[in-house]
Design a protein. Structure first.
Ligand code: FES
Ligand code: FES
Length: 191
């Protein structure tokens, strides 16, 4: 295609993005994505910014080791660099752009700002999406490697619990103490 010709896939994407703005969420049904985006693997960390103009998710290692690309699929966190759109046909994908409700930031976003949970910010989208998924996992009673009392309906979110559950998200700026504090605040715990 001539680079100056309108790209029908991007036009189709404009419709989807407008709907996204109107509903105040970037949760997308993968069946609505352009075919080209699906073929390229729209959930991965190339497809999200290049086909959907969702630039919040970042590519760090591209090998499932840093967590910078974390998004929520059906509410569960996943490294988007390790998955393809065709593996999630019909499922909802929430990126960092979809966590806020209009002008109201998600409690995790507010807490990260208040606790300086970032420096360069490169890892932050992944950290916040991962924290959202992690808190949901904890509410559902999923234990971690360091959970001591498996009889409790949900593990107490100690610093050790949070650090273990967030260990898949690397911060090269080492903002870890502030990230833990932000997550505790969002969880309604003393910081
Ligand atoms: S870019 Fe996906 S885990 Fe690092
Ligand atoms: S804030 Fe810079 S990598 Fe985490």
């Amino acid at each position: 295609m001539d680079e100056h010709e309108p790209n029908p896939e991007l036009n189709a994407m404009e419709v989807t993005r407008r709907a996204v703005i109107e509903t105040g969420t970037t949760a997308l049904l993968l069946t609505t994505l352009p075919r080209g985006a699906l073929a390229a693997g729209a959930v991965d960390d190339d497809g999200l910014p290049e086909h959907l103009a969702l630039t919040g998710s970042k590519k760090g290692c591209d090998h499932g080791q840093c967590g910078a690309c974390t998004v929520l699929i059906e509410g569960r966190r996943i490294n988007s660099c390790l998955t393809l759109a065709v593996m999630h046909d019909g499922e909802s994908v929430t990126t960092i752009e979809g966590l806020a409700e209009g002008d109201n930031l998600h409690p995790l976003q507010t807490a990260f700002v208040e606790h300086d949970g970032f420096q360069c910010g490169y890892c932050t989208s992944g950290q916040i999406c991962s924290a959202a998924g992690m808190l949901a996992e904890n509410r559902q009673g999923m234990p971690s490697y360091v959970t001591e009392d498996l009889t409790q309906p949900a593990a107490e979110l100690t610093d050790a619990e949070i650090r273990e559950r967030m260990s898949g998200n690397i911060c090269r700026c080492a903002a870890y103490p502030n990230i833990v504090a932000a997550i505790k605040q969002a969880a309604g715990l003393p910081t």
